[in-house]
Design a protein. Sequence first.
Lengths: 441, 410
Amino acid sequence: MTMFTYYLELAWRRCRQNVPIVLLVVLTMAIGIASCMTATTIFAALSGEPLPGISDHLYVVTMDSRTQGDANDAAYDTPQSLLNLRDAKALVDAHHADSQFAQAQSLAQVSTTDGKHSDRVIGLLGYGSLLSTLGVPFRYGRPWTEAEQTAHAPVVVIDATLAEKLFGTSDAVGRSVTMGTGTFRIIGVTAPWKPRMQFLGLTQNAGNLLGQDMQFYAPVGAALDHGVGPLNTGKCAKSAPVVNFQSTHVTHCRWIEVWVSLDAPARASAYRVFLTHYAQAQHQAGRFVQEPKPRLFGTQAWMDRLKAIPGDVGLNVVLAGGFLLLCMINVAGLLAARFLRRQGHVAIRRALGASRRHVFMQHLVEAGALGMAGGVLALPLTWLGLWVVRMQPVAYAAAAQFSPGVFAILALLSLLVGLAVGILPAWRVCRQPPALQIKLA
Amino acid sequence: MRHLLAPLLRHRLMPFLVVLQVALACAIACNALFLLQQRLKPILTPDGIGEPSHLIIASKIISRGKPWETSRLRDTERALRGLPGVASVSVAGSLPMVTNARMNGRVQGVGHGTRADTAMYIGDHLVKTLDLKLVAGRDFTAEEDAVRNHGVGMRQDGPVILTRSLADKLFPDQKAVGQTLQLGDKHPAVRTVVGVVAHLMRNDFGGGAHRNLDHAMLFPSIPSAWPLPSIGIRVAAGADPQQVRKQAENVIQRMLGDGMVRGIDPAYDMYGALRDQALARYRASVWLLAGVCLVVLIVTLAGIMGLTAYWVQQRTRQIGIRRALGATRRSILRDLQAENFLLVGFGSLLGLMAAYGVNLWLMHHYELPRLPWSYLPVGAVLLLVLGQLAVLSPALRAARVPPVVATRSV
């Protein structure tokens, strides 16, 4: 420990002797570390599970479920997750997975029954165990029951933000709201909830990268009965219009996604068998006119397939990583030059009895200290970098947030970078025999 | 040559670090410059629109429940045309720089094998409203614009106007006007080319870089059964665009407001502002990549300078001896420059290979096109110049070493 502080003191004294080079070293390291941290912060915010602990068990159902009406469409070259409501209900009602639901995004005007308070909000139309499977946290009340769903009972679950806006209190269970043409009874209030990234309804959500707050959840049967339709009716059979917004005439359309939760891989393969049976039966019965090619995709595979995360994000990490490497080589060179210039000092220390290990350690401590200094300077630079990204017109701008985790990684990274760039020069300087060094001095 | 190489081989650390640094900088700079050029493409492609300050684009006019009735859109168009200061109005399926509704497809000239990927703009009076420059043939006639489209109009016969670059691609070495083309394979709707315009930019700028952004074509009349049309309004010269924009907003709201989707408001933009919005992402990317290139080069410059300065200082005595033995200042300077040239050249060579490897990897993971060969010499020359700049000051200092140094403390 005393040696450590002694080495630090030595490093400090040497740094004061040649300030410009030290500044150059620290600045180069800081820029490299900061750019790397900025890129990885965004990358980390956008990778991983959209719903930690839940979405890794979730799979989306895809198949070519085109019926007679839209047989004329283009070939089925990419798996399609949008299904007709009839198929979605059949798959959910089969209860073949651990839990399953169908969902479609909706945009609705929700108001109090007296019409005094109202808000336009995004929510989900669902069928099956939507809320429990997604793990949406409840503040009050409960999700809808199967009986309510079958009976098309006009019930709705809203989030606390909407409840407070409409009623001034988040405990709104038992009250009613007007949506579309109907009055819906509130049976539950959830805490504000959104997935980290958008993963439901990806094919209809171009441009939305980060999850959005879902503010209401309504059973699809009752919603359609009362004029609350999905935001986008997806692809409709030829007899009906091609693409529509906020329509409840969805009988001939493919617009709703089925997600199933399967705990074990074995369960997934069993479910695939079930899915194939279902699709083939529909094909043989003449409903699906094409070979249905049913497939199941895990959340991550599905997001990768649809390129939910823009390539730019990964590309920037690669670029920043390369840049950090360049900065490190650069600093290693500068440090080597700096250390080797002082061979005379080293020679004297060696002649006075310092072992090679001591000399090596001394220089490594100096490099590590410079690395930490770089890290300290990188902190405001990273903050600046993230601020610049937040100002950019990119979909992931909001993900560029500084967090304590980032700070910890930054500290670790700067120490590691300092030590890594110090090893080669430190080893180099302790290698030469003392006699030669004294002579050179 | 030998006196240049020998010291490099004896003290391997410094040359090694210089070479490594140059190689890495070269690999990064080549790829970053290439990415930069890719991102610049949508910004530099001519959009073909004349007088952008006098064009208003209304978009996000989304119908609720069912598509707009064509008659309703025609009525709205007529009302807009009646506004003072309006020169021309188009109702279209989509317009340039409108990114929320796009129509694209592959077309093929009848009797020609070449296919091309292109944007389709279906709407009436587009040549006039967008102020496109006709370079051959004619504009659509009033009769053609009055035709009622089945559906949006993609699958029916009729006339078409192409951009020059699309015409050249489909009908190389031939006059395009009078030729016919078809869309896709399954729906052989045949369109006859009646005109060619100089430029018109497509509105999906992303995707493959092989894509020509100047490939677009126009169909006449307004799309039926379409829920999200855009309306282009050409403001007459001398009229105040902002004034017209406000009035147009009122007209559209009055004529179509009750049929619009609830929760999404239409956007009324001046074309220039819309263009800025649509391309903002690319501009941001360009600044970022330009910044990266610049910082990489500065860091490399500083690095080479620092290393060379030490390398020269270490050999002060040898330089003194050479001077004592009759070497001129010029030859010392030239030797150091040649040495730097060798090191940087070797580093660039490695860097070019690395750049190519990195590009292959990026192509595999991020849908980038292949790095053109022309980038490699550019990258190498850039670094060689940089290296010479970096070595200049240490080399000049070395050349000033007096011969007397040779006699000291041998």
